[in-house]
Design a protein. Structure first.
Length: 171
């Protein structure tokens, strides 16, 4: 192994550690404050923002580890009777991938933040096919309930990503 690949490995480990810590801390703080995850979607925020600043490999790894890590730390997201753990794993993976693809497009930042979340939230409809206790009505209701969370995530990410983009442009 050369020095460059060791530096890349160290950088990836650091990226994964930082974003995974944030992706576990943010939902924990929301739940501690009595705010519902299904309404505010706090688990999405670190992935949405992290996708702008870390490598594709790092953000994809974090997206897969985040639901499991949160579950091991707090018992949430639940995995029975509804497969929320599995749903979030799929949605966060799609979110991470979508952010990585869309961030390079020539679009307004609001769209580049909103589009990945919308795609991610829609992607889990396939899970309904595999779980008999999930219905289309449940899926639609949970998407509607999460609209405020999508808006909150986009606004917070816009403020953070926009601030860093402004600093990069001014240099």
């Amino acid at each position: 192994m050369n020095l460059l690949s060791i530096q890349n490995i160290k950088r990836n480990i650091m990226e994964i550690s930082i974003v995974l810590t944030l992706s576990s801390s943010i939902p924990f703080l929301f739940h501690l404050a009595g705010l519902e995850g299904i309404r505010f979607l706090p688990i999405y925020l670190a992935i949405l923002i992290g996708g702008y600043f870390v490598s594709l490999n790092s953000i994809l790894i974090v997206s897969l580890l985040t639901p499991l890590f949160n579950y091991l730390l707090t018992g949430m997201p639940i995995h029975t009777p509804l497969p929320i753990l599995q749903i979030l794993t799929l949605e966060l993976f799609v979110l991470a991938f979508a952010v990585s693809v869309i961030k390079e497009k020539n679009l307004n930042l609001i769209f580049k933040l909103a589009l990945p979340i919308l795609v991610a939230r829609a992607s889990s409809i396939v899970i309904i096919l595999f779980y008999k206790n999930l219905t289309l009505n449940w899926f639609i209701d949970s998407r509607i309930t999460g609209i405020s969370g999508i808006i909150l995530n986009v606004i917070l990410a816009y403020l953070i990503v926009g601030k860093f983009n402004d600093k990069k442009r001014s240099k």
